[in-house]
Design a binder for this molecule. Structure first.
Ligand SMILES: [Zn+2]
Length: 178
């Protein structure tokens, strides 16, 4: 897809201008790392409201940025205001459709059961995650709601991208509060 593609909605990202995602594994890894860097930055915005620092973004089939979100549970007193849900809502608004076919969700922490549900409802085919969540993760750790045999829509899960940094951000947050 050309970088001048007029019909690709969202914000163009420099590393995704050619083919998205790239064909070779090494190039793919670079793109996931770069996108996770954006998600990590978004996660730090949660700290302003003393929210657990989790950040997410949704990129479109051509690699454009469609939506971002960070955890706002404390800020809004909203138990469903997880980073993934907010990023998915913004991406759907950008596209003008609830169907996020061909999109990729990047998130610093493994999605919970609610967010795994939202991912399948939005038909998102690929999730790139940073730190695994052994206590509440629902895309492979405690449950695997996106690759269950009963789920018609299966999701490719790429885990452990910049895992150390994503985990350190969370550990630092919780250690400060002990
Ligand atoms: Zn969640």
């Amino acid at each position: 897809m050309s970088e001048n593609e007029p019909d690709a909605p969202g914000l163009s990202l420099p590393w995704a201008a050619d083919t998205f995602p790239p064909v070779t594994l090494a190039a793919r890894r670079q793109v996931w790392d770069a996108l996770m860097g954006l998600a990590l930055h978004e996660a730090t915005h949660a700290l302003a409201s003393d929210d657990v620092p989790v950040g997410a973004l949704v990129v479109g089939p051509q690699g454009t940025l469609l939506g971002v979100g960070h955890n706002r549970r404390e800020e809004g007193g909203d138990p469903t205001a997880h980073a993934e849900v907010l990023a998915i809502r913004q991406a759907a608004a950008t596209l003008g459709s609830w169907r996020l076919d061909g999109c990729t969700l990047i998130v610093t922490l493994e999605p919970c059961a609610m967010c795994a549900g939202a991912i399948t409802l939005a038909r998102i085919p690929r999730v790139v995650l940073g730190a695994w969540d052994p206590k509440a993760g629902a895309t492979g750790s405690v449950w695997d709601l996106v690759r269950d045999r009963a789920v018609l829509h299966t999701v490719e899960v790429i885990g452990g991208v910049r895992e150390q940094e994503c985990g350190d951000l969370l550990r630092g947050f919780f250690e400060e509060r002990r």
